[in-house]
Design a protein around this ligand. Structure first.
Ligand code: IPM
Ligand code: MG
Length: 358
């Protein structure tokens, strides 16, 4: 079997971590007798430099023609002028929208050997295993925005807008994910204030009660949810929420795992084509130093095998390999205890690839 993967390495540490994930995918291909073809395309700052746009048409075309897309990160100080008309983030938001990837799955699992790496008490984070299902192509990120005159000078606005159709499809994705896990689903909104949240809550409730009566649904306001994530993270299994809340809560949740560098994500639409990326950013301060943690991208590649390539045995093997090297003590700079020597980005990839082949 043959798979075509479009690689969008992007900016900062993107190329380093994507390189390691491809190394691990190649190891899986060798072990399970499949073949992979990689095609590279531009996104983000590097695309702006080469083509003056963060998302060239050719990139969209290569993504649409692939079985899956692997993305590193976009952005960096060079393109950071908030007044610039062209910004790296437009590439990321644009490709999510262009491919119709409305469901962003962000699992957060605390490896037992890393519970102490979290700034929270180890007993609090031990055993945490949750999944945030973030709506990815609606809400504040894509609602109408603009500026207008105001007596004080100027006013600016962004609109949080959701349709029932958008809420129904993400609610179904989340309910299905909950079914495959413990059956518990928490929907997060701000229904005490926002109209879009009231429609969100009513729609999620209807979809789950009518179509997924076996799923145990509860609702939390986003402020309370952000507190429980720190205070009682074990209460969560699957969490579903709108785009902006999901952006914020997943950065917060990453702290539970010990390092943001560990966390993967999958962005999915109606078909099997998906985009896979670590949840961390381009980390320009450490780019090119070979100290970044590639595990978030490697685990994203595992999700790619599971959700886009119909290759669950590769996903399992990659995830087991990551667990194995962590249990053995392999640590990149973001995870070392004082006095411990970190391994490089490349060595971490080598060790995980070797464990896949074992
Ligand atoms: C993320 C990132 C992006 C987002 C940025 C880079 C546009 O923070 O994937 O979480 O806000 O979605
Ligand atoms: Mg974010």
């Amino acid at each position: 079997m043959n798979h075509t993967i479009t690689r969008l390495a992007g900016d900062g540490i993107g190329p380093e971590v994507v390189r390691e994930a491809c190394k691990v995918l190649e190891a899986a291909a060798r072990r399970f007798g499949r073949s992979l073809g990689f095609q590279d395309a531009l996104i983000g700052g590097i695309a702006i430099d080469a083509t003056k746009t963060a998302l060239p048409d050719e990139t969209i075309r290569l993504c649409q023609a692939a079985d899956a897309v692997l993305l590193g990160a976009v952005g960096g100080p060079k393109w950071d002028d908030p007044h610039a008309a062209v910004r790296p983030e437009q590439g990321l938001l644009g490709i999510r929208k262009a491919l119709g990837l409305f469901a962003n799955l962000r699992p957060v699992r605390v490896h037992p050997a890393l519970a102490a790496a979290s700034p929270l008490k180890a007993e609090l984070v031990a055993g945490v295993d949750l999944l945030v299902v973030r709506e990815l192509t609606g809400g504040l990120y894509f609602g109408e925005r603009g500026r207008r005159k105001d007596p004080s000078g100027e006013a600016a606005f962004d609109t949080m807008i959701y349709s029932t159709g958008e809420i129904e499809r993400i609610a179904r994705r989340a309910a299905e994910a909950a079914r495959g896990r413990s059956g518990r689903l928490t929907s997060v909104d701000k229904a005490n204030v926002l109209e879009s949240s009231r429609l969100w809550r009513a729609t999620v409730t209807r979809v789950v009660t009518e179509e997924y009566p076996d799923v145990n649904l509860d609702h939390l306001l986003v402020d309370a949810a952000s507190m429980f994530l720190i205070q009682k993270p074990g209460r969560f299994d699957v969490m579903v929420t709108e785009n902006m809340f999901g952006d914020i809560l997943t950065d917060e949740a990453s702290v539970l795992a010990g390092s943001m560098g560990l966390l993967p994500s999958a962005s999915l639409g109606e078909g099997t084509l998906g985009l896979y990326e670590p949840i961390h950013g381009s980390a320009p301060d450490i780019a090119g130093k070979e100290i970044a943690n590639p595990i978030g991208t490697i685990l994203s590649a595992a999700m790619m095998c599971r959700y886009s390539l119909g290759w669950p045995e590769a996903a399992d093997a990659i995830e087991a390999a990551v667990d194995h090297v962590i249990a053995e003590g392999a640590r990149t700079a973001d995870l070392v205890d004082p006095g411990q020597t970190p391994i490089s980005t490349c060595e971490m990839g080598d060790r995980i690839a070797a464990a896949v082949l074992e």
